[in-house]
Design a protein around this ligand. Structure first.
Ligand SMILES: C[S@@+](CC[C@H](N)C(=O)[O-])C[C@H]1O[C@@H](n2cnc3c(N)ncnc32)[C@H](O)[C@@H]1O
Ligand code: SF4
Ligand code: SF4
Length: 331
C-alpha cells in the first residue's frame, strides 16, 4: 500500500510541475478520470445523446472497472458517471467501495430518480466526495419538459430524503443545473428550491455540448442561452440574496475554448466507456466518435502515450482542430 501511495504522490508532483518546466512530452499519468458505469437511463432528456434513437444501453462490468483502477494507481479522484444514469448499474456501490479502498476520491452525478430509501442506505455506506443531482427546473412543468420521462415529485422527495439522512461519508451534495432557454426564467426559483432542499451548493452549467456530432449541434445550439452577460449579472444578484455559509452558488466556468485558452482534456481527464474504450473527454463521451484503444486488451499507459492521443494534443497545440473539437471552440 505504501508503494502505491508513493507512486501516487510522485506522479502528482510531476503533474503539478508539468507547466513550470514546459516538458515537451507527457511525463505523468492522469490524476483524474471519468468512468462510465452504464449507458442505460430511465429518462430521455431533450439535450442528451442518450435519448438518440437506437442508443445502445450497456453496463460496465465490475471486472472492467477494477481493471481501470488497477492499471491507474496514480488516480486521486474519479467521477463514476458518463452517459446514462449511474444508479442503473447495481454494481456501482461495489465500484465506489473498490475506489475508496485505493484512496481514490469518488464523485458522481445522478438524475435523482433512483435515490430510493434502499439506494440511499447503500450510498451512505460508501464514501462519496461529491454527489451531484441534476435539477433542471423548479416546477414540475419545466423540469419534466427537459427531463423527459421523469417525475419531478419523486426526484424532489428523494433529494429531501437524502439530505435529511446524510452522514459524514458524503462530503458534498449539490445540484448540477444545466441552464438553457427553457429554464432560464426559473433561475431564481431553482436556487430557492435547492436551498430549501438543504443542498450544500448549486453549480450552474450553461454550455451545451453537441457530443462531437452534427445532428446534436442544431438542437443544442438552439437551446443555448444567448445572453451570457445577463446570466452572470443575475448570478451576482442571487449570490448576494441567497448565498451563505451553508449554501454556495457556483458556475462551471467552461467558456468556449479559443486559440489562446486551449482545451486541456487530453492532458488531464481521460474518459473510459462502459466497454473500456479510452475517449479523450466527456464532451464526446462516445467511443464511436473517437477512441484511442481499449484497456481490456491494452495497457492504459501505452494508450495514454500513443500516437493518436499525441496527435490530438498536437492538433490542439497547433490550433489545427479535429472536426469533433470544433464545437468546443465555436468553429
Ligand atoms: C449526461 S448526465 C449523466 C448523469 C445523470 N443521468 C444526470 O442526468 O445527472 C450528466 C450531466 O450532463 C448534463 N447534460 C446533459 N446533456 C448535456 C449537454 N448536451 N451538454 C452539457 N451537459 C449536458 C446533465 O444535465 C447532467 O447534469
Ligand atoms: S438523465 Fe442524464 S443520462 Fe439520462 S437522458 Fe437525462 S442527462 Fe442523459
Ligand atoms: S476540444 Fe476536443 S478534446 Fe477538448 S473537450 Fe472538446 S472535443 Fe474534447
Amino acid at each position: 500500500m505504501i508503494k502505491i501511495l508513493v507512486f501516487k504522490y510522485i506522479n502528482l508532483l510531476k503533474y503539478l510541475l508539468k507547466n513550470k518546466f514546459n516538458f515537451k512530452s507527457i511525463t505523468y499519468y492522469p490524476i483524474k478520470a471519468d468512468i462510465e458505469p452504464t449507458t442505460g437511463c430511465n429518462f430521455k432528456c431533450t439535450m442528451c445523446q442518450v435519448s438518440s434513437p437506437g442508443f445502445i444501453k450497456r453496463n460496465m462490468s465490475l471486472e472492467t472497472f477494477k481493471k481501470i483502477i488497477d492499471q491507474n494507481p496514480q488516480f486521486i479522484k474519479i467521477k463514476i458517471q458518463g452517459l446514462g444514469e449511474p444508479f442503473v448499474n447495481k454494481e456501482i456501490f461495489e465500484m465506489i467501495k473498490y475506489a475508496n479502498d485505493k484512496f481514490i476520491k469518488v464523485n458522481t452525478v445522478t438524475n435523482g430518480s433512483l435515490l430510493n430509501s434502499d439506494n440511499i442506505k447503500k450510498i451512505l455506506a460508501v464514501k462519496i466526495n461529491e454527489l451531484s443531482i441534476s435539477i433542471d427546473g423548479a416546477s414540475k412543468k419545466v423540469f419534466e419538459s427537459i427531463r423527459l420521462g421523469s417525475d419531478f415529485d419523486v426526484v424532489i422527495k428523494n433529494v429531501e430524503n437524502l439530505t435529511n439522512n446524510r452522514n459524514k461519508n458524503i462530503k458534498k451534495i449539490q445540484s448540477l443545473t444545466l441552464i438553457q432557454k427553457k429554464n432560464l426564467f426559473e433561475l431564481e426559483d431553482i436556487i430557492k428550491l435547492c436551498k430549501r432542499l438543504k443542498l450544500d451548493e448549486i453549480q450552474f452549467q450553461y454550455l451545451l455540448t453537441s457530443w462531437g456530432k452534427d445532428e446534436w449541434k442544431t438542437v443544442n445550439n438552439e437551446q443555448q442561452i444567448d445572453n451570457e452577460n445577463k446570466f452572470f449579472d443575475l448570478i451576482q444578484i442571487y449570490r448576494r440574496k441567497y448565498q451563505d455559509n451553508n449554501f454556495k452558488i457556483g458556475v462551471v466556468t467552461k467558456n468556449k475554448f479559443t486559440e489562446y485558452n486551449k482545451c486541456n482534456y487530453p492532458w488531464e481527464t481521460p474518459y473510459f466507456s462502459t466497454q473500456g474504450f479510452v475517449v479523450p473527454c466527456c464532451m464526446i463521451a462516445n467511443p464511436e466518435v473517437v477512441n484511442f484503444g481499449n484497456i481490456t486488451n491494452m495497457n492504459f499507459y501505452s494508450i495514454w502515450n500513443n500516437k493518436q492521443y499525441d496527435d490530438l494534443r498536437l492538433s490542439i497545440n497547433n490550433h489545427k482542430l479535429k472536426d469533433y473539437c470544433k464545437n468546443c471552440y465555436n468553429i
